[in-house]
Design a protein around this ligand. Structure first.
Ligand code: GLN
Length: 423
C-alpha cells in the first residue's frame, strides 16, 4: 500500500559490500544525497540537488545498503505528524486513517509498510522516536556526537542527531553500527562510542538491570497508553530487571525550554533560504528586501514561518534574557536531573508518546497541542542523551511505543533492554 512515504523514489546503488548488503534503506529528505533532490519537505527546496553525500549516506553505500528513496517529513523537521510537508501528508500503515508521527514520518511508514528494510531519520525533539512509536517500529536517537550530521540540513544544531529506524532492535542496531563514529567533517562528533558493538548487544541478559520509570511522564499521558506501558514494565520485571520509580522535577519545563531553543536556532539556520544562496527565487526585479521577502513568503509553509518569527523574537535585544537564557537554564537543570537519576538506575523508561496517533487532519489546527505531544521525547534532546523507542503493544488498534533512555553513550544498554522487551 502506498502511504505517500516517499518524496523521491530514485534508487541509489551501493558502492561497497558489508553489513547492509541485501538491505534496502529509506533516507529522510533532509539528508543530502549527491545528484538526488533533497527537499526537507519544503517548497523552498523543491528543486534543490545537493552536490555531495551526507556522511551517513556515504557510509550506507559503502556498507552495501541500497537506498530506495527519500522520505516525506514535516517541513524542515518542524512538526510531529508529517502533515506540515509541502508534499502532502503520509498515512500511517499500522493505523490507517491516522498520522504516522513525525517529523520522520515517511521513514517510519516506509519501514512499517515493508517499502524499505530499514530507514534513516533525524531527531531534534523526538522525530525518530515519535514516528517509530506511532508506526509500531523501532527507532533510536543516539547520544549527541555519536553520528555525523555532515550533510544534514540543520533545524536546531544543539539538539539533533541522525538515527536509525527498523522493524527489529537488531536491524536498528546494525544500522547504528554502520552510521556511528567520528567524522572530521562534523566537529561535534567524537569517539565516545568507540569499541561499541550495537548489534552484538541484542542478545545480552537483563537480569542485572535497574530500570527507573519516570513517573512525571505518566501523569499527563492517555490511560490507554499507560496501561500498555505498565504491562511491558511488568514483563521486564518478570524477566529479572529491577524496577524503581523516579521523579525528575525539571521535566515540567522541558517542552517550553525545548521550543524556545529549537525556534531560536531555527530562525538563525533558516536565514540562508533567501532565494539567492538557497531556495526558490523571489525574482530579480525590485530591491533586495522585497526579493528576500517574496522568496520566503512563497517558499515556507505556515508552521515554519511561525517558528522563524517566534525564534527571532526570543533572540531579540530585550527579550534574550527573558526567553533564551531562561530556556538554557532550564536545559541545564534537565541535564543535572538526568545525571542524578543515572547514579541509581541503568536506564529510564516512559511511554514514547503520551497519546495515541491522532487521525489525519485532526491536530494541525492546534500548534500548542502538537507541542505538548513532545513532552516525553524532548527532555532527551535537551540532555543530549541516547534513547530508543520499541513497540510495546497496541491500544484501540493503534501502536504504542516504549521509550528507554540511557546515560551518555549508553546505547548498548538501551539496546539490550529494548531487545528484552521485544522478546
Ligand atoms: N515535534 C518536534 C518539533 O516540532 C520535534 C521535531 C524533530 O525532532 N525534528 O520541533
Amino acid at each position: 500500500m502506498s502511504t505517500n512515504a516517499f518524496i523521491t523514489e530514485e534508487t541509489i546503488e551501493p558502492d561497497g559490500n558489508g553489513p547492509l548488503s541485501e538491505l534496502t534503506v529509506a533516507v529522510k529528505d533532509n539528508i543530502s544525497t549527491a545528484g538526488v533532490t533533497t527537499t526537507c519537505g519544503s517548497a523552498m527546496l523543491e528543486d534543490y540537488v545537493p552536490p555531495y553525500d551526507a556522511t551517513v549516506v556515504s557510509k550506507i553505500k559503502a556498507a552495501g545498503g541500497t537506498i530506495v528513496g527519500k522520505t516525506n517529513m514535516d517541513e524542515f523537521g518542524m512538526g510531529g505528524t508529517t502533515e506540515t510537508s509541502a508534499f502532502g501528508p503520509t498515512e500511517n500503515p499500522a493505523a490507517p486513517g491516522h498520522v504516522p508521527g513525525g517529523s520522520s514520518g515517511g521513514s517510519a511508514a516506509a519501514v512499517a509498510a515493508g517499502e524499505a528494510d530499514v530507514a534513516i531519520g533525524s531527531d531534534t525533539g523526538g522525530s525518530v522516536r515519535n514516528p517509530a512509536a506511532f508506526c509500531g517500529v523501532v527507532g533510536i536517537k543516539p547520544t549527541y556526537g555519536l553520528v555525523s550530521r555532515y550533510g544534514l540540513v540543520a533545524y536546531a544544531n544543539s539538539l539533533e542527531q541522525i538515527g536509525p529506524l527498523a522493524n527489529t532492535v537488531e536491524d536498528a542496531a546494525r544500522l547504528l553500527d554502520v552510521i556511528s563514529g567520528p567524522d572530521r567533517n562534523d566537529g561535534t562528533t567524537n569517539d565516545g562510542g568507540a569499541d561499541s558493538a550495537y548489534a552484538a548487544a541484542v542478545d545480552d541478559k537483563i537480569d542485572t538491570l535497574t530500570v527507573g520509570v519516570i513517573t512525571d511522564l505518566l501523569e499527563g499521558a492517555d490511560d490507554r497508553v499507560v496501561d500498555v506501558f505498565e504491562d511491558r514494565i511488568d514483563a521486564l520485571e518478570a524477566a529479572g530487571a529491577t524496577i524503581e520509580e523516579v521523579s525528575l522535577d525539571s521535566l515540567e519545563h522541558a517542552v517550553q525550554a525545548y521550543y524556545v531553543i529549537a525556534m531560536s536556532e531555527a530562525s538563525s539556520n533558516l536565514a540562508r533560504f533567501d532565494g539567492v544562496r538557497y531556495g526558490t527565487s523571489g525574482g530579480s526585479d525590485g530591491n533586495w528586501n522585497e526579493s528576500f521577502a517574496a522568496a520566503r513568503e512563497a517558499g515556507f509553509g505556515p508552521e515554519v514561518k511561525r517558528r522563524i518569527l517566534l525564534g527571532t523574537y526570543a533572540l531579540s535585544a530585550g527579550y534574550h534574557d527573558k526567553y533564551y537564557k531562561k530556556a538554557q537554564d532550564a536545559r541545564a537543570w534537565v541535564k543535572q536531573d538526568f545525571d542524578e537519576a543515572f547514579k541509581s538506575v541503568d536506564v529510564l523508561a516512559s511511554p514514547t508518546m503520551p497519546v495515541l496517533p491522532p487521525a489525519l487532519g485532526e491536530s494541525l489546527s492546534d500548534p500548542l497541542q502538537l507541542y505538548l505531544m513532545d513532552a516525553n521525547t524532548v527532555p532527551v534532546n535537551l540532555a543530549n542523551l541516547p534513547a530508543i523507542s520499541v513497540p510495546a503493544g497496541t491500544a484501540d488498534n493503534r501502536p504504542v511505543g516504549l521509550q528507554l533512555i540511557g546515560p551518555k553513550f549508553g546505547e548498548e544498554t538501551i539496546i539490550r533492554a529494548a531487545s528484552a522487551i521485544e522478546r
